[in-house]
Design a protein around this ligand. Structure first.
Ligand SMILES: C[S@@+](CC[C@H](N)C(=O)[O-])C[C@H]1O[C@@H](n2cnc3c(N)ncnc32)[C@H](O)[C@@H]1O
Length: 277
C-alpha cells in the first residue's frame, strides 16, 4: 500500500514541469495532456515502473520529467531507477536535459531519435511508455511503429504502457485499439491491464476525446522473438500524423535557447509612460 500523495505539493511540482514544456506542434500530433491528468498519470507511471529502467518513446507531455521530479521533491517515495526520453523534437530533448541539469535529476536523460529509424543499440530497458500519434487515419499503424520501438527498447522482454484514444462514440479508436492489440500479440505481448478513458487534452477540435492506459506485457521467453531493429517501411507511413500527413521531417531542431516560462519578446510591445509623468 502506497502512502497518500500530498496533492498541493504534487500539483505545484507538475506546474514547474508544465512551465518548462515546449509549445506543441499540432502538425506532428503534439497535443498536451491536461495538468490534473499529468499528476495522476505520473503517480501511476512511477508506481508501475518503480525500481525499473524506463524508456519513453516520444514525450511532449513531459510525464517523464514529472515522474523524476516528483520523486526528487519527495512527493513520491517510489519511481524508476533510470528514465530516457527518445524524441525527434530537439526542443523536447533539450527541455528534459535542461530541467534534469537544473534540478539535479541524475537518472533522467533524453536522446534525439526519430522512431522511423532503427532503434539505437542500448542496454535493455525493463519497460517503455509511449503516447504516440493516435493513428486515426491509418488504423493505428502509427501507434504500432512507436510501440515496436518500445519492444526494441525492452529487447522484447518486459512491459509497456501505451496511451491511446478511447471513446465509445467514435469508430476509429475502437479499430485502433483492436489493431494495436493484434500487432502486440503477433510480437508476443499480451494486454495485461487497461485503464479506460483516463486523460483529457488541450485539443480544440475534439475537447472530449480521452485516452486510456493500455498495458502490455511480454510472454515468457519472448526474447526469442527479438530481431535486429530496422527502419519502418514506406507503406507503414501513410497518414502517419493524420489524413494526408505522411512524415517528411527527420528532426525538429531548436532555433535558440528559449525560456518557456517567459513570453518571447515578439509576442508583445511596450507603450511607454510619457516623460516625467
Ligand atoms: C506525437 S505526440 C502525441 C501526443 C502527446 N500527448 C504529446 O504531445 O506528447 C508524442 C511525442 O512523439 C514525438 N514524435 C512525433 N513524431 C516522432 C518521430 N517520428 N520520432 C520520434 N518522436 C516523435 C513528438 O515530438 C511528441 O513529443
Amino acid at each position: 500500500m502506497r502512502e497518500q500523495v500530498d496533492l498541493h505539493k504534487a500539483i505545484n511540482a507538475v506546474s514547474d514541469v508544465v512551465q518548462n514544456r515546449p509549445r506543441p506542434l499540432r502538425v506532428f500530433d503534439q497535443i498536451h495532456m491536461k495538468t490534473a491528468d499529468m499528476v495522476v498519470q505520473s503517480e501511476i507511471v512511477a508506481d508501475w515502473a518503480d525500481g525499473k529502467r524506463l524508456a519513453f518513446i516520444g514525450d511532449g507531455d513531459a510525464v517523464s520529467v514529472c515522474v523524476a521530479y516528483l520523486r526528487a521533491r519527495e512527493v513520491l517515495s517510489f519511481g524508476p531507477s533510470k528514465i530516457t526520453v527518445f524524441d525527434f523534437d530537439e526542443r523536447t530533448v533539450n527541455a528534459v536535459k535542461r530541467f534534469a541539469d537544473k534540478e539535479r535529476l541524475e537518472h533522467l536523460d533524453a536522446e534525439l531519435y526519430n522512431c522511423l529509424d532503427a532503434f539505437p543499440d542500448r542496454n535493455k530497458y525493463d519497460c517503455f511508455y509511449t503516447n504516440p500519434p493516435w493513428g486515426a487515419s491509418n488504423n493505428g499503424e502509427s501507434v504500432n511503429v512507436f510501440m515496436e520501438r518500445g519492444f526494441d527498447a525492452v529487447h522484447y522482454e518486459g512491459d509497456g504502457m501505451v496511451v491511446i484514444a478511447d471513446d465509445d462514440e467514435l469508430a476509429w479508436p475502437k479499430r485502433v485499439l483492436a489493431n494495436v492489440q493484434a500487432f502486440g500479440s503477433q510480437r508476443g505481448f499480451y494486454v495485461s491491464r487497461m485503464q479506460r478513458k483516463l486523460h483529457e487534452y488541450h485539443l480544440d477540435d475534439a475537447p472530449d476525446l480521452r485516452s486510456c492506459n493500455l498495458f502490455v506485457s511480454a510472454l515468457p521467453g519472448n526474447s526469442a522473438k527479438r530481431s535486429p531493429s530496422i527502419a519502418a517501411s514506406q507503406e507503414r507511413l501513410t497518414n502517419f500524423y493524420g489524413n494526408s500527413k505522411d512524415p517528411k521531417v527527420k528532426y525538429v531542431k531548436e532555433r535558440k535557447r528559449p525560456d518557456y516560462g517567459m513570453a518571447p519578446d515578439d509576442e508583445y510591445e511596450l507603450v511607454m509612460l510619457e516623460d516625467g509623468k
